[in-house]
Design a protein around this ligand. Structure first.
Ligand SMILES: NC(=O)c1ccc[n+]([C@@H]2O[C@H](COP(=O)([O-])OP(=O)(O)OC[C@H]3O[C@@H](n4cnc5c(N)ncnc54)[C@H](O)[C@@H]3O)[C@@H](O)[C@H]2O)c1
Length: 292
């Protein structure tokens, strides 16, 4: 199968790698040429990249080499999509930007291609509002790091065809993941639940009811979560987390999603989360709160 990935940032590169490791041809594009270069480097040598998968004996060296060859940078969106069976958009969480991209996909991709967005919080219906035929529009929401996480949320709009949903479900199986289905409502399932936890954790911190360490341990030791809510936010990227909350607030009008003041302050001051994952970041929650 041929897959086109639009936006080769944190998620685009993970998604591309997953498909390549499962034998699919992947064409990638990003408006920022440097992102393509650093993305290919990360796919090869990053913490969850091919080299690490070979070292951990998850794949053989030959499979790793083949997977790397399966990912090809394209000059632009048109070239990336021209023979795609599936297009996955993974650009910034910004409605107008995504709408513009989907507007171009209609003519750039073959009529038979599925057109999917990896959006976390926007509604797929709005993202695809410029498409004249919307039966092949859907959400395919991967989880960070996609090389490890087993879940993909498949998001069905009112106009997505049953056939498109079935095809997407089969595709998810071919890459060794489990699909869950959700109607196109802001936040879908996982982020509506996950961001609720983050908002409550932020309130506990803001009210000084508890410190970061204790909030993290409550979820890690008490609920067996692999990461605490702040560690997870640092892992995802605080700029992305902020955009997700802004998008949820905008989509629902519900004040419970108004981003915490501290999160906005952190992003404004260059604390974008884990510096090993967000280049140039000054750090995440722990670093920011120890400087205060
Ligand atoms: N970070 C996460 O943990 C996570 C998890 C699941 C879903 N998502 C979603 O995935 C999407 C991407 O998030 P990310 O964290 O990878 O963001 P990111 O900032 O790491 O990457 C976005 C990429 O899009 C590129 N881009 C911007 N405009 C473009 C255009 N017009 N054409 C081509 N490329 C363009 C940027 O140059 C950048 O490389 C968002 O919708 C986000 O909500 C993120």
């Amino acid at each position: 199968m041929k897959v086109a990935v639009i936006g080769f940032g944190m998620m685009g590169r993970q998604i591309a790698q997953v498909f390549a490791q499962h034998g699919h041809e992947v064409s990638v594009t990003d408006e920022n040429r440097a992102a393509v270069k650093s993305g290919l480097d990360e796919v090869a040598h990053g913490p969850y990249g091919i080299e690490s998968a070979v070292a951990k004996a998850k794949i053989t060296r030959e499979e790793g080499t083949k997977a790397l060859q399966q990912i090809r940078p394209a000059a632009d969106l048109k070239e990336a999509c021209n023979s795609a069976d599936l297009v996955i958009e993974a650009v910034y969480e910004h409605l107008l930007l995504k709408q513009e991209i989907f507007g171009k996909l209609e003519s750039a991709a073959p009529e038979s291609a599925l057109l999917a967005s990896n959006t976390s919080t926007l509604t797929v219906t709005k993202i695809g509002s410029k498409l004249s035929k919307k039966n092949r529009l859907l959400g395919m929401h991967f989880f960070n790091p996609a090389q490890i996480t087993k879940l993909v949320e498949i998001v069905k709009t009112d106009q997505t065809s049953v056939e498109a949903i079935q095809r997407a479900g089969m595709i998810v199986e071919t890459i060794g993941k489990t699909a869950i289905m959700v109607r196109d409502e802001p936040g879908f399932i996982a982020n509506r639940l996950g961001l609720t936890l983050f908002m409550e954790a932020s309130k506990l911190l803001e009210e000084d009811t508890a410190k970061i360490r204790d909030i993290e341990l409550a979820m890690k030791l008490g609920y067996n979560h692999p990461m605490g809510p702040f560690e997870l936010a640092d892992f995802v990227g605080l700029d992305t987390r902020l955009r997700n909350l802004e998008a949820l607030f905008q989509a629902t009008g519900d004040e419970k999603w108004i981003p915490p003041k501290a999160l906005r302050e952190m992003v404004n001051q260059g604390y974008l989360g884990d510096p090993s994952r967000r280049k140039g970041s000054k750090g995440g929650y722990r670093e920011f709160f120890t400087t205060r």
